[in-house]
Design a protein around this ligand. Structure first.
Ligand code: C2E
Ligand code: MG
Ligand code: MG
Length: 694
């Protein structure tokens, strides 16, 4: 049974007894504190809270209205019932207006209503307490959440705003925020009206992302959720909503979107963004009848360059190239990295091909200056293909494909060029593709063969060496020469396995000639690409092949080019190892590269092969003659053997004989031939054409 704590105030003890009696039956758990004198009232109020106060109106020291105020001051929700004499009924009504719960007339007839009045008062108090509690909870939530909350009129006058909102928008206090109104929150002109119109619409909760302005002028991204408040009876329609600072989220989104649309290495737009911009540019060009050009750039021989550099240096090089392209493009043109060493540039607002060429030309020229790489400088060239809307395609993919095709043609033309796309290029591009595919299969299909070209010692007229030269027996094209496919082997890296096959085949053949009892004991020379030379497995593989064919190193000569020596440290190490294995080393195409004579001295080289472009000019071209003379003298002074390549005429031979050049190799003394042709030649008596010793 619930205890009811009653504070009963009446200066007449009989009346108090009357009250207690009247209530006791209905409220058996009644605990009554009776106050007759003012002196006791304060203490009694301190002893609260009370469940109920019943007070007489006419006290000799006060009146019921005053008591009501004193009680409520201490305990705002405490129910108070007044007990009055008939004459003070009007006063009691006034007290009701002041918040009194009920009153009962002080007569034996009316006292019977007292329990009902008390019950009603208690019930009323309970309801009030519940409402207050709900209100308190709402308030504490409203004030405490870290999300901005507001209520506003449909016109945007702020009715209420919580502290989080005040802080988020940088107001000193709630009042200022309310004064300034909602319109002051929005950074973009017109945004407030737009948002308000949409918030007042009748669908439930709406979310908007808007630029907000703090009171100090700073802007932030906010997300508003708002709706019309429920239309309660008697309340005006209003808006209620929340406002969150989503600036960080927006920034993160922007970062993500940047990452998704830019290349991590160069920070240029990537393929996705480039294609998007291209689509947009095409849309504009369609509308205004303008041209759009797509420049597709690819670094020449990047694979080879990249393989000789460290990973970081390769990255630095790409970044430097990206900056250079950006600087030389017009403001507003899109420069993108499509992947690897492929870049693309989008040019808009063009009206003629000449205009495009005028932009493409300087782009290529920016590569005339060397690019810093790894402490030294590298000369980089690019090949460029150009396709133009609407002539070469009306959609982005076709334009890209055609520019790519044109770029490949530019490369095939000898690199460092640009070419406009033409319709017949596609057929050629297809050719190249099938060529590359069949080249990839050539090794396993055993389509490669070696031809051998004899080297003749001038003094004796005897064959003193042979050079193995690679040929590809293409099922449809017939015998294909290395100039057509070796660059592709190098680019694709296939040169490594194919080169291994060349060395093994040449060594086996050479051993075969010896074992045949033919008494032929010639070193066989094999060409080595830079790509093979820098392959870390080179030495081990050569060692294996020598062991497997039972050959000593002296039976094999490797022909390297001067480019190998551009990196003297590494070249020195590798060449030293090969030399220790007994392998002979020749510098091929000597004179066309940049080898410094210093390097030559440092490396264990045995032979210099003078490039045939110099031999071609002698004896008539004086400059060529001077160069050949100097090289022969140089070789002699360094105790190197010297071979003249590409000897085609008697006059050339005579010139070389006079210089006392050691050996010649050329069509005159024997073009590259099959193995059996070579054996026949070797077994015939030494009647070599032009040999003075026979
Ligand atoms: P190279 O090493 O300088 O080979 C000499 C080239 O000159 C050969 O061309 C040969 O046929 C040609 N030649 C020889 N005598 C004469 C002449 O009197 N006049 C003219 N005009 N040319 C002559 P080929 O066989 O077409 O090879 C071209 C290049 O391909 C070679 O130049 C070499 O750099 C490369 N190569 C050939 N075989 C291989 C190989 O197995 N591996 C690698 N990595 N490269 C190879
Ligand atoms: Mg050679
Ligand atoms: Mg050569």
């Amino acid at each position: 049974m619930q205890i009811l704590r009653l504070l009963l105030i009446d200066d007449n003890p009989d009346d108090r007894a009357l009250v207690v009696r009247a209530l006791q039956r209905e409220f058996p758990a009644l605990q009554v504190e009776q106050i007759g004198e003012e002196a006791h009232l304060a203490r009694a109020l301190d002893a609260g809270p009370w469940d109920l106060v019943i007070t007489d109106y006419q006290l000799h020291w006060s009146d019921g209205l005053q008591v009501l105020h004193r009680v409520r001051a201490r305990q705002p929700t405490c129910p108070v019932v007044m007990f009055t004499a008939t004459g003070s009924e009007e006063i009691a009504v006034a007290a009701m207006k002041a918040g009194l719960n009920d009153y009962v007339l002080k007569s034996s007839k009316h006292i019977a209503r007292l329990p009902t009045a008390v019950r009603l008062a208690l019930e009323q108090a309970r309801r009030l307490a519940a409402v207050r509690e709900a209100e308190d909870r709402y308030r504490s939530l409203f004030d405490g959440v870290p999300v901005g909350l507001f209520r506003a009129t449909l016109e945007g006058a702020v009715l209420d705003a919580n502290p989080a909102l005040v802080a988020m928008l940088g107001y000193p206090d709630q009042e200022t925020l309310i004064q300034d109104g909602m319109a002051a929150w929005f950074a973009e002109p017109g945004e407030f009206e737009r948002v308000l119109a949409r918030m007042c619409g009748d669908s439930p909760l709406r979310a908007f992302q808007v630029r907000l302005r703090r009171r100090d002028g700073a802007t932030l991204w906010g997300e508003i959720h708002a709706r019309r408040g429920p239309d309660g009876a008697g309340t005006l329609p209003y808006l209620e909503g929340s406002l969150q600072d989503v600036t960080r989220r927006k920034q993160a989104e922007a970062r993500l979107s940047h990452l998704a649309h830019h290349d991590g290495l160069t920070d240029l737009p990537n393929r996705v963004l480039f294609m998007d911009r291209l689509e947009q540019a095409l849309g504009r060009a369609r509308l205004h009848g303008r041209r759009v050009a797509l420049l597709y750039l690819d670094l020449d021989r990047f694979k080879v360059i990249n393989d000789t550099l460290t990973h970081e240096a390769g990255d630095r090089l790409l970044r430097a190239i990206a900056r250079r392209l950006e600087q030389s493009a017009r403001a507003g043109d899109t420069v993108a990295r499509l992947g690897g060493d492929e870049f693309a540039i989008l040019l808009e607002d063009l009206d003629s091909q000449e205009g495009i060429a005028a932009l493409a030309e300087p782009l290529l020229r920016t590569f005339d200056a060397p690019v810093p790489a790894d402490g030294s400088e590298l000369f980089v060239t690019v090949s460029m293909g150009i396709s133009v809307y609407p002539e070469d395609g009306t959609d982005a993919l076709t334009l890209l494909r055609n520019a790519d095709t044109a770029m490949y043609r530019a490369k095939a033309r000898g690199r460092n060029h640009y070419l406009f796309y033409t319709a017949d290029m596609n057929a050629k591009a297809f050719e190249r593709l099938s060529f590359e595919t069949s080249l990839r299969r050539a090794l396993e299909r055993e389509e490669f063969v070696l031809h051998y070209q004899p080297q003749i010692e001038l003094a004796s007229g005897r064959v003193t060496g042979v050079e193995a030269l690679l040929r590809w027996r293409h099922p449809e094209m017939g015998l294909v020469l290395p100039a057509r496919f070796v660059p592709l082997l190098e680019e694709t890296g296939l040169i490594v396995p194919v080169g291994e096959w060349v060395v093994r085949t040449a060594c086996r053949a050479r051993q075969g000639w010896r074992c045949n009892g033919d008494g032929v004991d010639l070193p066989v020379a094999v060409n080595l690409s830079l790509r093979q030379f820098i392959d870390p497995g080179l030495e081990a593989r050569l060692y294996e092949i020598l062991a497997e064919t039972g050959m000593t190193g002296g039976g094999l000569q490797l022909e390297i080019t001067e480019t190998v020596m551009q990196e003297p440290e590494r070249a020195g190490r590798v060449l030293e190892t090969l030399h220790e294995m007994g392998i002979l080393l020749a510098v091929d195409d000597f004179g066309v590269g940049y080898s410094s004579l210093n390097h030559l001295k440092r490396f264990p080289i045995d032979t210099l092969k003078i490039d045939r472009s110099f031999i071609h000019g002698v004896p008539t071209d004086l400059q060529d003659g001077a160069i050949v003379t100097a090289v022969v003298a140089l070789a002699r002074s360094m105790r190197l053997q010297v071979v003249a390549e590409g000897v085609e005429t008697e006059a050339q031979l005579e010139f070389l004989r006079e210089l006392s050049c050691d050996c010649v190799q050329g069509f005159l003394t024997g073009a590259p031939m099959t193995e059996s042709e070579l054996l026949a030649l070797l077994q015939a008596p030494a009647t070599t054409k032009g040999s003075g010793a026979t």
